[in-house]
Design a protein around this ligand. Structure first.
Ligand code: ZN
Length: 348
């Protein structure tokens, strides 16, 4: 066997299958070894997409392969570039094959972000490779394509924390903004509020499973932050928080008052929303945890509280934001007195 690392999988996959996989990997050019996909693997191994996805996921777990994301042209499927997060998608992208500009809104992140694998050999990525399925068209957009982020999530190839993987310079930029919350001068209260609100919206938008905006109004209320959970990503924590949630931001010097939580809870009740995020410059008082826990017990609403100092720490430590949200969620439901991060259960 050329890639003897595959032998680690011999309890999970038949020997004959591993042999074929080994021959396939060996036959690839050095460039192609960095651009392995679920669909191509399935064709070459003459197996289902599902089996191909299972096998590639297993290879990632053993460290033989590593996965990454690419952005594809919504019209022709050509790989536009490698991306680390949604934040890497510019307002206007360019497809060399169509010779057309593509605006950010035209990308469907569940389908046009695809998952690729490379054999771990520390070689740099070369952009502009063609994908396998050249016949793809808009008409087939309803079917989940086997290389898409959606398919990869449905088949366990990506994990919850993979939805947040921002580029380093992006984290640096967010951290720089977070660090100035205390010291900067705000001309008006609106500007003060907007600054924190926009920072949080931008952090949520670093996650491929979320789409956030600061401008959302209903007949009754104005919401500081509205976050949609991408419809197709379901399972685990994403099921629990529902298809959308609200965020309330208080960029004030004082300690937040209990009334803020009841107000957010009331808005959530009126709007069929079961998850809320409360962000404040000063940490919330200890009473908040009890209030939030009771809202969970009596109203099945979960409101998590985040202080800006926690955002600074999260960004400085390069912690995973989704792991962080999930940890906060569990802390409210259980009224936890232990920190699941310190116990090495969750990464955020
Ligand atoms: Zn194109």
């Amino acid at each position: 066997m050329f890639y003897s690392q595959l032998l680690m999988l011999k309890d999970a996959f038949p020997e004959e299958f591993l042999d074929r996989a080994d021959q396939y990997f060996e036959s690839l050019s050095s460039e192609a070894r960095k651009n392995i996909s679920i669909s191509r693997m399935a064709v070459h191994l003459n197996c289902s997409y599902e089996k191909s996805a299972d096998f590639l996921a297993a290879c990632v777990k053993t460290g033989f392969l590593k996965k990454y994301f690419v952005l594809c042209c919504p019209e022709c499927g050509h790989i536009i570039k490698k991306i680390a997060s949604v934040g890497d998608i510019k307002n206007i992208e360019y497809c060399v094959r169509c010779d057309e500009e593509v605006s950010k809104d035209d990308f469907d992140r569940t389908q046009d972000i695809e998952v690729r694998f490379e054999i771990v050999e520390n070689a740099p990525f070369v952009e502009g490779q063609h994908r396998f399925d050249l016949s793809r068209s808009r008409e087939s957009a309803d079917a989940v394509r086997p290389d898409s982020l959606q398919y990869a999530w449905d088949h366990g190839v990506v994990e919850l924390e993979d939805f947040y993987a921002p580029a380093t310079d992006c984290v640096d930029e967010l951290l720089e903004r977070a660090n100035t919350i205390d010291s900067r001068h705000y001309d008006t209260n609106t500007e003060r509020g907007k600054f924190l609100e926009q920072l949080m919206v931008d952090i949520f938008n670093q996650c491929t499973c979320f789409s956030a905006t600061g401008d959302f109004r209903t007949e009754l209320n104005q919401i500081d932050g509205f976050v949609a959970v991408k419809r197709c990503f379901k399972g685990s924590f994403l099921d629990e928080i529902g298809s959308y949630f609200y965020m309330e931001c208080k960029n004030e010097n004082g300690t937040p008052q209990n009334g803020y939580i009841s107000k957010l809870s009331e808005i959530m009740s009126r709007n069929g929303c079961s998850f809320g995020v409360f962000v404040s410059k000063k940490p919330t008082p200890d009473t908040f945890q009890q209030i939030c826990h009771e809202l969970f017990l009596w109203h099945k609403q979960v409101i998590i509280c985040i202080a800006t100092q926690e955002i600074v720490e999260l960004l400085s430590n390069n912690d995973n934001f989704i792991g962080f949200l999930q940890r906060k969620y569990i802390e409210v439901c259980t009224n936890a007195t232990s920190n699941l991060r310190d116990l090495h259960v969750l990464g955020g």
